[in-house]
Design a protein around this ligand. Structure first.
Ligand SMILES: [Zn+2]
Length: 216
């Protein structure tokens, strides 16, 4: 026996039972429930609650949240980015609210550019001088290899524990760290410039907590 309306009070439910019994006696089977597709849809949409973007977000919602057309369990929303990109950007609402997604991609691009260009001329000179002291070849002109810059930064911060006997950061250590931290390595597992520098930044932010294997 079907119940057509869960919202009925108990008295209503009793009336419904009586009606069902009457229908069953009259037609020999209960009538199928009448569908009300528009109301059902309206209720579904109302369930998709809008949640605000994270306070650091560059995104502002353009419209109400909606179900992803291919993955209905995923609630997405269209946003406009404060960077001035005129095209709305569709993101998973929960990611925008948590702050995992803060922009339409421009922040990530900017961070990538900064990481690449953040080595100042003064630091490059300091790196060369430091490398000479260790007998490390840097060449006279142009960019110093990122491995050397990363090693220099760690050395300056007293993190000799992560440097090899030659004064340089060990490649295997950084490869291992990259794998654990989902950092993208280059072809054949080569450590890229970005990853050398990212390792140094990470190690400096975490002090010496992760290296219990090193000598005192
Ligand atoms: Zn943007």
């Amino acid at each position: 026996m079907w119940r057509s309306n869960r919202h009925l009070a108990r008295g209503g439910a009793q009336l419904q039972d009586q009606a069902d019994a009457y229908i069953l006696a009259t037609w020999g089977e209960p009538r199928p429930p009448r569908r009300k597709p528009e109301r059902a849809k309206a209720r579904h949409l109302r369930d998709l609650r809008g949640t605000p973007p994270h306070r650091d977000s560059l995104l502002t919602p353009v419209d109400a949240p909606y179900s992803h057309p291919d993955r209905p369990a995923e609630i997405v929303r269209d946003y406009r980015c404060a960077c001035g990109n005129p095209h709305p950007f569709t993101a998973v609402q929960a990611q925008v609210t948590s702050g995992n997604t803060k922009s339409g991609g421009c922040l990530r691009d900017q961070a990538r550019r900064q990481r690449r260009s953040v080595i100042s001329r003064a630091e490059t000179q300091a790196v060369r001088a430091w490398a000479r002291g260790w007998g490390i070849e840097t060449g006279e002109n142009g960019r110093v290899p990122a491995r050397i810059t990363a090693s220099y930064r760690l050395s300056q911060a007293g993190r000799l524990d992560v440097l090899g006997a030659d004064g340089l950061l060990e490649e295997a250590r950084v490869q291992h760290w990259a794998q654990l931290n989902g950092q993208k390595l280059g072809a054949r597992g080569r450590v890229t410039s970005e990853v050398w520098l990212a390792y140094a930044t990470d190690a400096l932010s975490r002090d010496e907590l992760d290296d219990c294997s090193t000598e005192q």
